[in-house]
Design a protein around this ligand. Structure first.
Ligand code: ACO
Length: 447
């Protein structure tokens, strides 16, 4: 609580005015001074409410469109230092996880805070493996989509529909129910994605195969021709698994914010994941990987790169270099560095994606250009990931689905943390009302 200078002492018996961890605010409208405690580099926005011009004043609020400088939660899951290009899950550097771990192990780490022991890992993978099947009625639900339905639209709608198949998911305060929905969501996302892809081709669905790993199984559901035996290339399996690790969580981004916001009304996790996936779908967020590919195709050749960069610069924000820039990273996105390395390994198996040369040239020019340097615009996670997906044979429209699959573990981890946080309530921002004052209704014939 902010306490006016003349008022009492803090918990330790030290007057707030004498403490160092306090912000002194002088309101020149009234001449009053306030002492606002600072903890963990923040002040509590609600403390500003005490600053009033008079008894009828509502009190001061902070105005922060798009949350440029507002922490909406305390979290112990993912750490990012955007200036230094650092990303850690539960303290582990992303580079180490990408090199030494696998997606299911990382999902466990995000959800439960520690890397699993062997026994925990085996139990975890067993539960995920045995929850991959879809209810046949859910399959029929997917059949109802038009052949050219966007895979993300199908995924979002079908995840939301899953809440009707698992009504026990509404028991969000029951740890046993929450555990079950966690297995179901992580296990079924690849199946939904596989079915959505096959539906767009008019091909029969490939059911999950419990003998395969999580990532192998996903590729199998995408590409296996039922009449043939098929095993995905291990290099591609590993590449996709690393991409899943890199996309698993990214603290309070737009999709995760949607997950927490929707979840704060205590809705079931399927509905909240559908909302988070809808946020991810947008071209400024996870939809950017699809846009990067379209952009590279539009540029068409290396010789056209300078003209495209010129258009972006002259467009003054109208036209963007997709896959560049980030709200938090003002340095190279550490995920993009890892992805660039994986791309080389994948292209050794699949052959070089000809769009790579255009991407490399774009990056080379942009990183030297004053416009991008001044604004600290670097390649983000989406800049190279689409080239890998395309080389693996995944159609452009399905790229964002490949982001949503691994991000599901991050969403659920963040949702669980939010539900367990006693400081959290239903999310409900304030507004600055600038509309009309009160006026009398005018009948239609007099308008
Ligand atoms: N190309 C060209 N200019 C850009 C780009 C870009 N990709 N990104 C930002 N800028 C410019 C803006 O026009 C603005 O210029 P100004 O200061 O002259 O007005 C300045 O850089 C700052 O941009 P903001 O929009 O304020 O940055 P913000 O932090 O709000 O946006 C975002 C971040 C949305 C990621 C933005 O960089 C962007 O649109 N990038 C392209 C889309 C993309 O790749 N998204 C994926 C992000 S990663 C993820 O979500 C998984």
């Amino acid at each position: 609580m902010p306490i006016a200078e003349t008022e009492t002492k803090g918990a330790a018996g030290v007057a707030l005015a004498e403490r160092k961890d306090v912000l002194t605010v002088i309101d020149r409208r009234t001449g009053k001074s306030y002492e606002i405690p600072v903890a963990e580099g923040t002040i509590r926005a609600i403390d500003l409410r005490q600053i009033k011009t008079g008894p009828d004043d509502f009190g001061l609020m902070s105005y922060d469109p798009a949350f440029l400088n507002t922490a909406a939660c305390k979290s112990r899951i993912t750490f990012i230092d955007g200036d230094k290009g650092i990303l850690r899950y539960r303290g582990y550097p992303i580079e180490q996880l990408a090199e030494k771990s696998n997606y299911l192990e990382v999902a466990y780490l995000l959800l439960y805070g520690e890397l699993p022991t062997r026994a925990q890992y085996e139990e975890w993978t067993h539960h995920i493996t045995f929850h991959t099947m879809l209810h046949e009625s859910l399959k029929k639900f997917m059949d109802g989509f038009n052949h050219d339905a966007h895979p993300m639209g199908m995924l979002i709608a079908t995840v939301a529909a899953m809440s009707t198949f698992y009504p026990d998911a509404r028991n969000i305060h029951d740890p046993v129910s929450r555990q079950k929905q966690t297995w179901r969501l992580i296990a079924k996302m690849p199946t939904l994605a596989g079915f959505a892809y096959r539906h767009s081709l008019g091909m029969s669905y490939v059911y999950p195969d419990n003998d395969l790993t999580y990532t192998e199984n996903f590729l199998n559901m995408l590409f296996r021709i039922p009449s043939k035996s098929w095993r995905p290339d291990p290099v591609l399996v590993r590449a996709l698994d690393v991409l899943f690790i890199l996309h698993a969580d990214h603290e309070q981004n737009c999709g995760t914010h949607a997950m927490r916001g929707i979840g704060s009304s205590h809705t079931d996790p399927y509905s909240a994941v559908a909302g988070a996936a809808a946020a991810l779908y947008g071209p400024l967020h996870g939809g950017a990987n699809e846009e990067v590919l379209k952009m590279l195709q539009e540029i068409g050749s290396i010789s056209q790169v300078p003209a495209f960069i010129k258009e972006v610069k002259e467009g003054k924000g109208e036209k963007r270099l997709m896959g560049f820039g980030h709200r938090v990273y003002k340095n190279y996105d550490p995920r993009a560095k890892i992805i660039k390395r994986i791309a080389d390994e994948v292209f050794q198996v699949t052959g070089r994606n000809p769009l790579l040369d255009i991407a490399l040239e774009l990056e080379r020019i942009a990183l030297q250009d004053d416009y991008f340097v001044k604004r600290k615009l670097y390649p983000n996670v989406d800049f190279y990931s689409g080239l890998i997906y395309q080389a693996i044979g995944i159609p452009t429209a399905a790229f964002t689905v490949l982001f949503a699959i691994p991000r599901t573990s991050g969403w659920i981890a963040q949702w669980g943390e939010m539900l367990g946080d006693t400081e959290q309530k239903i999310a409900r921002p304030r507004q600055v009302y600038l509309g009309m004052g009160e006026r009398d209704f005018v009948p239609i014939e007099k308008r």
